[in-house]
Structures are given as structure tokens and as C-alpha cells.
Design a protein around this ligand. Structure first.
Ligand SMILES: Nc1ncnc2c1ncn2[C@@H]1O[C@H](COP(=O)(O)OP(=O)(O)OP(=O)(O)O)[C@@H](O)[C@H]1O
Length: 261
């Protein structure tokens, strides 16, 4: 994508030769990719391919990261990125003995402390509860919520700071089709209206169609990075699942050729 000067703007995330070691294994192998700002990028691939590890590296919580990884123009994990990046892990990170609103009040007070900000905190908390469609459950104890509702509370916490980059690790796991659709609509609203960049992982290939761009991963490598349309066209496939399988076969054939050289 070019700006009005015909120059490609810097990516929200830029990875060059990104490598991650976990234990005695290389889990991510020399990845090069760019996440475009203000767009929804889907990180797709089978279980264990390295999606969570990549997200942890982007938000700066992963050890043994090699190569270059820049986030919003700064090295991943830079302290100045803390209020600019929201991260929702697979495990909900809320207090089960507090209500939805009390959880959000607490995290809002951490982000924006002091009596002077009381009114704006209250407004923000009400906004994020509406964003994730939990207004009718605002006074319910988190411990009494369903798994899908709990993960939406975690998402609401991440939205408190109005992050420029939102990193979401499988946010739709366990949600029914209606909630999944509503959550994807919210992601599109955040990208379109607030210019939020969203990096969202999934191992459900049908969610690929909802993304502007995709990073298809397998065994610690990026097989392809492009729009869903371009990936289908390039591989002559009807679906992203078919395109993924085509790319896996192509990569295996290339590896075999190199091995016999
Ligand atoms: N603490 C750890 N020590 C060593 N290896 C690990 C550790 N955590 C994960 N791994 C390995 O790193 C690889 C990538 O794991 P990761 O959790 O990033 O995959 P994923 O694509 O997010 O999987 P899923 O979709 O199941 O969440 C896997 O092979 C996993 O076994």
C-alpha cells in the first residue's frame, strides 16, 4: 500500500530474520514479514506452528528473540510501547471475584490513576463494556461468566488504553457463531473508525476470509503473506484452506529439491 507521496508507509510491525528459541528448539526460523497499519492481519496455521510465540515476541514478552522486530517504529518490548499495544492472551486474565465493571475499573485505575481522571475512567469503562457487548453482564462476577464472556472481558481490558496495535491470540475460540460474527464486526469497526492495527491468530481457516491480509504459518516459518484474494488466485484455490494445503505441498517439494541437490 502506498501513501500520497507514492512511498510505502512503515509497517506497524516489521520483522527481518526473526528467530525465536524456546527450550532447546528453534521455534521461529528467520521470519520476514510486515504488518500493515490500520488493517486486520490474520495469523493462521496449525496448532504448534508458532503463532503464540510470534505474538509474544511482538508484545515483548518472549525471551531469546533474534533478528530485527520493530513495533510502531520501536524495538519490540520498548517501554514506550506499553500504552500503545494491547495484548489479549488465550487464557483470560481477569479477577474472578470481581464483577466485570470492577475488573475494568481496577485496570483503568492502573492505566490512568488519580481522582482527576475519575470521570474519564468511568466513561472509558462504559465504552469498552459496550464495545464487547457485555452491558447486561456488567455487574456479574467474572467467576460466573461463560468462557466466551470471560475472553470478552479480557478484550475490554485491552481496549481501555485505546491501543494503536491490538494483538489477539485466538480470541474467538469457544464462541458461538453469532458472538464470533459480532467480535469480527468489532475488529472491523476498530480498524476502520479508530485506525487500530489488529494482529489476530486463529487456526480456523474460515476466519481468514474476514481479514484484510494473512500470514500463513507452518512449523515456525511464514509460508505466505498476502490478501485472501491474492492467495487464492496465486494458488488457483477456491478456499484459503485449499490455498494453505497447496502452499504446504509447494514448500515440501522445494525442500525435497534442495535436499537432492
Ligand atoms: N515453554 C516452552 N518451551 C519449549 N517449547 C515450547 C514452549 N512453549 C511452546 N513451545 C513449543 O513452541 C512451538 C510453538 O508453540 P506456540 O504456542 O507458539 O504455537 P501455536 O501456533 O500458538 O499453537 P496453538 O494454536 O496450539 O496455540 C510448539 O512446538 C511448542 O511445543
Amino acid at each position: 500500500m502506498m501513501n500520497s507521496q507514492g512511498v510505502a508507509p512503515p509497517g506497524a510491525v516489521e520483522a527481518r530474520a526473526l528467530t525465536v528459541e524456546r527450550g532447546d528448539r528453534t521455534v521461529l526460523r528467520s521470519l520476514d514479514f510486515t504488518v500493515e497499519p490500520g488493517r486486520i492481519t490474520g495469523l493462521l496455521g496449525p496448532s504448534g506452528c508458532g503463532k503464540s510465540t510470534l505474538m509474544r515476541a511482538v508484545v515483548g514478552t518472549q525471551a531469546k528473540v533474534g533478528g530485527t522486530l520493530d513495533v510502531l517504529g520501536l524495538p519490540a518490548g520498548h517501554p514506550a510501547l506499553r500504552p500503545r499495544v494491547g495484548y489479549v492472551t488465550q487464557a483470560p486474565s481477569v479477577y474472578s471475584d470481581l464483577t466485570v465493571r470492577q475488573n475494568l475499573d481496577y485496570f483503568a485505575a492502573v492505566l490512568l490513576p488519580g481522582r482527576a481522571h475519575r470521570d474519564s475512567r468511568r466513561e472509558t469503562v462504559t465504552r469498552v463494556i459496550q464495545d464487547v457487548d457485555l452491558t447486561t453482564r456488567a455487574d456479574a462476577l467474572a467467576g460466573n461468566l461463560s468462557g466466551g464472556q470471560l475472553s470478552r472481558v479480557s478484550l475490554a481490558v485491552a481496549l481501555l488504553g485505546t491501543p494503536e496495535l491490538l494483538v489477539l491470540d485466538e480470541p474467538t475460540v469457544g464462541l458461538d457463531p453469532v458472538l464470533r460474527r459480532d467480535l469480527w464486526n468489532l475488529f472491523h469497526t476498530l480498524a476502520a473508525d479508530r485506525g487500530t492495527t489488529i494482529l489476530v491468530s486463529s487456526h480456523v481457516m474460515d476466519e481468514a476470509e474476514r481479514c484484510h491480509r494473512l500470514l500463513l504459518m507452518r512449523e515456525g516459518t511464514v509460508l505466505a503473506a498476502d490478501t485472501p484474494d491474492a492467495l487464492r488466485t496465486r494458488t488457483g484455490s477456491a478456499t484459503i484452506e485449499e490455498a494453505f494445503l497447496h502452499l504446504v505441498d509447494e514448500a515440501a517439494a522445494t525442500a525435497r529439491k534442495e535436499a537432492t541437490r
